[in-house]
Design a protein around this ligand. Structure first.
Ligand code: COA
Length: 190
């Protein structure tokens, strides 16, 4: 297993541009075994104005795209403009690059850039054995942040949060509101 700094020198991270869309969609197509819903969601998120400010990052190896992560804007019900919050979705690493810590690297770099942008917290609906390795706290609902659509009790741990500020008590508690492209019940089933 490579040390974190060896991973960081092997792969570069840069923001995705409109010229990267085909590569980004191909990464999600391959990683999610051709599942069209994730590819369609990614395409929609990349052009949805309500995701802004968003962060779209590519991991590059030997000039080739290896992975992609997207963070879209979110808010708390009743507080549309403040504080700045994000939802992580989707994250995908091409099959031949999986389990080489690139996912962890994209999450780490994304969180650092979001913190620099002034984002206060990031939510994710994902595997509760994967995201806590990168600092996410399972069951954000229990902490006062219900997901945009109800998560079944058996999957409560899959809805996670990571605070990017020490004093997170200043973040209002309430239902998390997501970008329009994510605002469909089918995106909220684990
Ligand atoms: C899940 C995914 C993003 C992880 O990225 P990655 O670069 O392969 O993972 P990393 O190398 O950063 O992390 C590896 C660690 O996570 C674990 N892991 C990897 N994929 C996992 C998964 N799907 N579920 C649970 N744990 C997983 C590994 O066991 C490993 O842990 P270990 O080092 O303690 O053994 C990537 O495998 C992928 O794109 N999968 C298909 C698409 C997908 O499921 N996306 C996530 C949606 S929530």
């Amino acid at each position: 297993m490579l040390h974190q700094n060896e991973v960081e020198t092997k792969y570069s991270i840069r923001e995705g541009t409109s010229g990267d869309t085909a590569d980004i969609l191909e990464i999600h197509h391959q990683a999610f075994n051709g599942r069209t819903d994730v590819v369609d969601l990614t395409r929609d998120l990349l052009v949805d104005p309500s995701t802004s400010p968003m962060l779209s990052l590519l991991a590059i190896h030997d000039n080739k795209p290896a992975g992609h992560i997207l963070f879209s804007n979110a808010s708390i019900a009743g507080f549309p403009d403040n504080p700045l919050l994000h939802i992580l979705a989707p994250l995908a690493i091409k099959p031949e690059y999986q389990r080489k810590q690139i996912g962890g690297l994209l999450i780490k770099e994304g969180l650092a850039r979001l913190r620099a942008m002034g984002s206060k917290a990031v939510f994710v609906l994902g595997h509760p054995s994967y995201y806590p390795k990168s600092g996410f706290i399972p069951d954000a609902g229990k902490l006062g942040f219900p997901a945009p659509y109800p998560i079944p009790a058996k999957d409560a741990d899959a809805w996670m949060v990571q605070f990017l500020v020490e004093d997170h008590s200043s973040i209002p508690r309430g239902k998390v509101i997501c970008a329009k492209a994510l605002d469909e019940p089918q995106h909220w089933r684990e």
